[in-house]
Write a protein that binds this ligand. Structure first.
Ligand code: SF4
Length: 480
């Protein structure tokens, strides 16, 4: 179950070309990327003549384990998507990959990210007569392609993407090829892999590992790769003046066993934890991570501070969305459903808790209470990201700005609200140092760090328009 007190990655993408069992490999790839989206999933396969699709609400294991479903998805090429809905509601019509019959033939597409000018483009398209089938921003790309004057699907796609702002890692499929694209800033990840003679695109390398594929390289910011019988072709149609990969992928979103941007996520988290210990040491007898995401940073913190690391909180991995908490009193027990304190590691000790972020603070408060109830004499908290003060517009589900605790409150006020003896966050410079830089260069930051700094690398969506969910019926009426 997604944690309501965390930022959430919205989507994972996967595609494979040139494999006789493309769909089952795609299902496995999506399974490895399940942490990037749990609301819905879909696969479209192509067998040389026909496209076959299966889309469903829910997780991959619940929807792609049946032999009957997999056998229907025949073909040597397939693409797939995990979705955590933000743009467009979670209805089956919004589940990707989307499919369209373009002048050039069948075309399937899915993406990870968020198109910040999608609403304006959609209104223009509807005025010109486009009829949308879904409320996702991805469909805007399809209509822009259908309306393009260019010839050939690749040129139409590039033409469409030139009109788009925001962050996107796209995996698309035609009747001849797979196409992978990263936005010019490279905000969201996309990697290229190889399994025998077949080529693969995936959000993270953990999706290559699950099928025994080898990592070839990251798709570069602004790059278009085409996977076909001829091999892999690369194009650079987009100006890429700077790169702004999402630094939060290293802190929390990506799986610790993935390599992103040539760097081990696990090692990065340990380095961030070590930097945190140097910047903000804590008077403690034991270092305890808030599981699971706080674990690597806590290992780094403990090693640097020479304070013992212990798994003082256990997490129940079997808490699913099917467990409905029936009363307010039971709901207040929520965190104990998910986490439980290990009294033997805590009783009579000064504890430093390591977590990756505090978003609303509700979970942190409950965890601190739980650790105190287990006998901690002091509870200090150290956070391996700077305070999250600003929402994300690039494909991460974040609460509204007024619901972000750090937007309205100082560190001291947050410490009081969550009930700790002391609270510190890693600094912007400390985070960059952990990522191998000398600090954050405000004139040219290497990463997107906008949810900490408010320094957004692209134009933002118009506030009024972004807050309105585009309803299909309204848009059709307006077009008339
Ligand atoms: Fe990542 Fe934050 Fe930038 Fe969003 S705003 S892309 S979460 S760093």
């Amino acid at each position: 179950m997604a944690d309501s007190d965390k930022f959430h990655d919205e989507c994972g993408v996967f595609g494979i070309f040139g494999h006789p069992e493309a769909a089952p490999h795609t299902a496995l790839g999506l399974h490895a990327l399940q942490h990037r989206g749990q609301e819905a999933c879909g696969i479209v396969a192509f067998d040389g003549k026909h496209f076959h699709a299966h889309r469903a609400l829910g997780e991959v294991g619940d929807n792609f384990s049946s032999e009957e479903v997999i056998q229907r998805l025949r073909g040597h090429a397939a693409i797939g998507h995990n979705r955590y809905a933000t743009t467009g509601r979670t209805a089956l019509r919004n589940v990707q990959p989307l499919f369209a019959d373009l002048a050039s033939g069948g075309f399937a597409i899915c993406h990870n990210g968020n198109l910040t000018n999608a609403y304006q483009l959609r209104r223009q398209l509807v005025r010109r007569g486009s009829l949308f089938q879904s409320t996702t921003d991805t469909e805007v790309i399809v209509h822009l392609m259908a309306n393009s004057e260019r010839r050939g699907v690749l040129d139409r796609m590039v033409d469409a993407l030139h009109q788009i702002d925001g962050a996107y890692s796209i995996v698309a499929m035609t009747n001849e090829s797979l196409i992978g694209v990263r936005d010019p800033l490279g905000v969201r990840p996309l990697v290229l892999g190889k399994l025998g003679d077949s080529h693969i695109l995936a959000s993270e390398t953990c999706a290559l590992d699950i099928i025994g594929a080898e990592f070839v390289r990251d798709v570069e910011p602004g790059e278009v790769v085409v996977l076909s019988e001829a091999g892999v072709d690369s194009y650079k149609p987009f100006r890429a003046p700077e790169q702004r990969f999402c630094i939060f992928e290293f802190i929390y979103f990506a799986r610790p066993d993935s390599m992103v941007e040539g760097t081990s996520v696990y090692e990065s988290r340990k380095r961030i934890g070590a930097e945190l210990a140097r910047e903000c040491p804590a008077p403690a007898d034991v270092v305890i991570p808030v599981p699971d995401s706080g674990v690597p940073a806590a290992i780094g913190f403990a090693a640097e501070s020479k304070v013992p690391f212990e798994l003082g909180i256990s997490r129940n991995h079997y808490v699913g969305r099917t467990f409905i908490e029936p009363t307010a009193q039971i709901r207040n027990l929520g965190v104990r459903l998910k986490h439980n304190a290990n009294r033997a590691m805590i009783d009579g000790r000064r504890v430093v808790l390591i977590d990756d972020s505090i978003v609303r603070g509700t979970t942190s408060r409950k965890i601190v209470q739980m650790v105190r109830a287990a006998g901690a004499t002091e509870v200090h908290m150290r956070i391996s990201s700077p305070p999250t003060k600003h929402p994300c517009y690039y494909g991460i589900d974040t609460p509204a700005q007024q619901d972000l605790l750090a937007h309205k409150h100082s560190v001291e006020e947050i410490a009081e609200a969550i009930g700790v003896d002391s609270l510190s966050y890693i600094s912007d410079d400390g985070l960059y140092r952990a990522m191998g830089e000398s600090g954050r260069n405000p004139a040219r930051p290497k990463f997107c760090d906008a949810c900490f700094t408010g320094d957004y690398p692209t134009a933002l969506p118009d506030k009024d328009e972004a807050s309105r969910q585009p309803e299909l019926s309204n848009l059709v009426e307006r077009a008339g």
